[in-house]
Design a protein. Structure first.
Length: 273
């Protein structure tokens, strides 16, 4: 996705993609980090009401097309602003919201860190998510996979110098490794091309299988929509399940950690815009 300057223009593209992708048989559609607003912007100047209206429009498109939509957006709770992934079901209802835990230095100027791992279901399939910079924190994938997640959704918005952006292209991003070491599917949706002020995003949106095969790959220049059919019988989570059992001395601590993750999930699902 190439971010537009205006929220309405971003939302127009997002809803067009929802309609066209659903007609091609898509059941779940992932958009990049902060797809509603764009990422290289001053979030303090964006009205809460405008973001809320945008999310309502996206929810309506999900309801019309009877599909799941996962979209990056700023969200609000009280006076706090979060960098979130909002999940809508085929009835247009918000069923989960994950807020970025590990913020970049730039994020900290605008956002409050989240305090709950991502764990939710799409059509009964356990899933998890992380946002952009969080690829550096493997526990954000491993812990939800231990809970049962079979698909990882990763919205991203690159904001790098051109040289750094080029270094991330063509799969040099660790995503295939994360899919393999957890034996899960991994969907990565990135912004692409110039982001303004001499900053770039590497693109390379991709869908990766548990055995590291790249099932679909976008390039690093053009806006594109990619699609793949997932055989969930291959997402067996073997290595995460093994880690729960061995070594023996960690079984108790792992069990306690799973309990803590579930408790925090039950406390922290907030539906507020």
């Amino acid at each position: 996705m190439k971010f537009r300057a205006a929220i309405n223009d971003n939302v127009s593209w997002i809803t067009q993609v929802i309609h066209s992708s659903a007609k091609q048989g898509a059941h779940a559609i992932l958009f990049p980090e902060c797809a509603v607003t764009g990422y290289n912007c001053d979030f303090t100047r964006i009205p809460r009401s405008e973001v809320g209206a945008a999310l309502e429009t996206i929810a309506s498109a999900a309801r019309t097309e009877r599909c799941y939509v996962l979209v990056g957006s700023p969200t609000f709770y009280g006076r706090k602003r979060f960098n979130s992934l909002v999940v809508f079901d085929p009835q247009g209802r918000e069923v989960f919201r994950y807020s970025k835990i590990h913020l970049t230095a730039r994020d900290t100027r605008f956002f409050t860190p989240g305090n709950t791992l991502a764990y939710f279901r799409l059509a009964g399939v356990p899933c998890t998510a992380l946002i952009c910079h969080e690829r550096r924190y493997p526990e954000l994938v491993r812990l939800p996979v231990m809970l049962g997640a079979q698909i990882v959704f990763h919205p991203n918005a690159g904001l790098d110098s051109l040289s750094v952006s080029k270094s991330k292209r063509h799969g040099r991003d660790g995503i295939a490794v994360r899919a393999f070491e957890n034996e899960v599917y991994y969907a990565f949706a990135n912004s692409v091309s110039s982001q303004g002020n001499g900053l770039w995003s590497a693109g390379d949106s991709k869908i990766v299988a548990p055995d590291t095969r790249v099932l679909a790959l976008a390039n690093n220049r053009d806006e594109a929509v990619i699609q793949a059919e997932l055989d969930l019988s291959l997402a067996g989570r073997r290595y995460a399940r093994d880690a729960l059992l061995w070594p023996l001395f960690l079984r108790g601590p792992w069990k306690a950690m799973m309990t803590a993750c579930k408790r925090q999930l039950s406390r922290n699902f907030m539906v507020a815009r």
